[in-house]
Design a protein around this ligand. Structure first.
Ligand SMILES: [Zn+2]
Ligand SMILES: [Zn+2]
Length: 108
């Protein structure tokens, strides 16, 4: 039985539940609004106003994990074939580009 629960307590639970729902759904709502209203807000469709686009080659990390065929270990005198991290040539290790759609300033 719930006779001992007052109306204020019920209202409090209701508000708490609403706040909880809002907190959980906030990121989804935010991304939904961002996706649907970018163009209407005058934001860049390509980068969403960040003026930056992640490098597709290095996935924004600025470096690529690859095998360097010329890796030479002077300690034991053998050529190593282990994976090495090399700077991304495409984005010059920055990991991102200026957005070509909205960025007017040339990157020097
Ligand atoms: Zn890159
Ligand atoms: Zn842009």
């Amino acid at each position: 039985m719930f006779e001992h629960i007052t109306a204020n307590e019920i209202a409090g639970y209701g508000v708490g539940a609403l706040l909880l729902c809002a907190t959980i759904s906030a990121p989804k709502v935010d991304s939904f609004i961002a996706a649907s209203q970018r163009s209407s807000l005058g934001m860049c469709k390509r980068c969403g106003g960040l003026k930056l686009i992640a490098c597709s080659k290095c996935k924004g990390s600025g470096s690529i994990n690859g095998r360097d065929p010329f890796s030479f270990n002077p300690v034991n005198g053998v050529y190593q074939s282990k994976g090495v991290s090399i700077s991304c040539i495409k984005c010059q290790a920055r990991g991102h580009f200026c957005c070509p759609a909205c960025s007017k300033a040339p990157q020097t």
